[in-house]
Design a protein around this ligand. Structure first.
Ligand SMILES: NC(=O)c1ccc[n+]([C@@H]2O[C@H](COP(=O)([O-])OP(=O)(O)OC[C@H]3O[C@@H](n4cnc5c(N)ncnc54)[C@H](OP(=O)(O)O)[C@@H]3O)[C@@H](O)[C@H]2O)c1
Length: 336
């Protein structure tokens, strides 16, 4: 099976129009199921998904080991098509605590050495620091990745959650394939300054949180109990009155989805797909049924009237609550 493809920027690789974000298979969204995670990655590869996204700090290496196992046990033809995008730089403690970011050149090389080993590959397709290290100029971090490109350990350089000025500085240092950043019907912050700059510079966008971490998937309910290790337990958008407000937006979206014969999640993903050929949504499906639903978004065509109805139902700044808790917002160069 093949699915539509898109190219990450003018220098990046061709990838499936939807990527699979594997984070939730190891961390941040509560309990995980290894067998179902592996089956989901295999089903994605079988369906023609070629882009797998991870971070070395998702479960402190767990996610890379999982992807490594999935690749090893996939049919050779599927494995060879797969492109792995890896984030590094977040420092974790043995208790899972978050200790900051390290973008020093020697740390970049060290992180890459461990990722290659855990993934069981000889190169990483797209490599990026998860958050800008405020103590290290972006030129140094990107320059270190460029050395890894020269030496064949990395194919392409990406960025994550950085603002327009940093995008320009990074792009002046080395070719940048894509910026990974949150973008959805209820997280439209990139439209004002960041997206015009990535477009000017020929840099693609891999959009994460297109379902706002499940909030606008149509499956999330107000009474869902979240374990303490679930990111959403602390996320402002999932709290009390904010949650009620945001779920009311989802109900408005549901009416449009029903008219289109699609699910809410499919409409939310299709909306991001419709924002431009330079954007590749990363969907965080953790189960095969969710993956099948997400892939169905590729079959949904949104006409101008549909887009207008969607934006009337969920206006650009309609969400209640920031997209991260304040302590984590502080690490977002993209929000400065
Ligand atoms: N660069 C960065 O800073 C950054 C930050 C966060 C994530 N990411 C990357 O982006 C990827 C996607 O992010 P995300 O997981 O937060 O995004 P998401 O796709 O907005 O949310 C995924 C969650 O939505 C729920 N969901 C419900 N229906 C779904 C469907 N049909 N398909 C997929 N998910 C559905 C799932 O919850 P249930 O399983 O409970 O149903 C899942 O845990 C991550 O895996 C990670 O690789 C990058």
């Amino acid at each position: 099976m093949t699915i539509q493809t898109r190219t990450l920027g003018t220098t990046g690789p061709q990838v499936s129009a939807l990527g699979l974000g594997c984070m939730g298979m190891s961390a941040l969204y509560g309990d995980t199921d290894r067998a179902e995670s592996l089956a989901t990655i295999h089903a994605a590869l079988e369906a023609g998904v070629t882009l797998l996204d991870t971070g070395d700090f998702y479960g402190m290496g767990h996610n890379e080991l999982l992807i490594g196992e999935a690749l090893r046990t996939a049919p050779a033809a599927r494995r060879e098509q797969a492109l792995v995008s890896v984030k590094f730089g977040a420092l974790r403690g043995p208790d899972g605590g978050w200790l900051g970011y390290d973008g020093r050149p020697e740390a970049v090389h060290n992180f890459a050495a461990y990722s290659l080993q855990r993934l069981g590959v000889d190169h990483i397709d797209v490599y990026r620091i998860a958050r800008l290290d405020p103590a290290v100029p972006v030129e140094e971090t990107v320059g270190a990745i460029a050395e890894l490109v020269e030496r064949g350990y990395v194919r392409h350089i990406g960025l994550s959650e950085v603002g327009a000025d940093t995008v320009r500085r990074a792009a002046a240092t080395a070719p940048i394939a894509d910026l990974q950043i949150e973008y959805s019907l209820i997280s439209r912050g990139i439209e004002a300054e960041i997206l015009p700059v990535t477009r000017e510079l020929g840099i693609g966008v891999t959009a994460y949180g297109v379902l706002s971490r499940g909030l606008i998937s149509g499956h999330f309910t107000a009474d869902r109990q979240l374990p303490a290790n679930d990111f959403r337990a602390l996320s402002p958008r999932f709290q009390g009155e904010n949650l009620r407000h945001n779920l009311a937006l989802v109900e408005a979206l549901r009416k449009i989805a029903e008219q289109k014969g699609a699910s809410v999640a499919q409409i939310a993903i299709a909306w991001v797909l419709a924002r431009g050929e330079d954007i590749v949504p990363l969907v965080g499906a953790r189960r095969r049924d969710r993956l099948t639903e997400a892939l169905g978004a590729l079959e949904v065509t949104l006409e101008a009237a549909d887009l207008a109805a969607i934006e009337a139902a969920v206006p650009a700044d309609a969400a209640a609550g920031e997209r991260y808790p304040a302590s984590q917002m502080a690490h977002l160069d993209s929000e400065r």
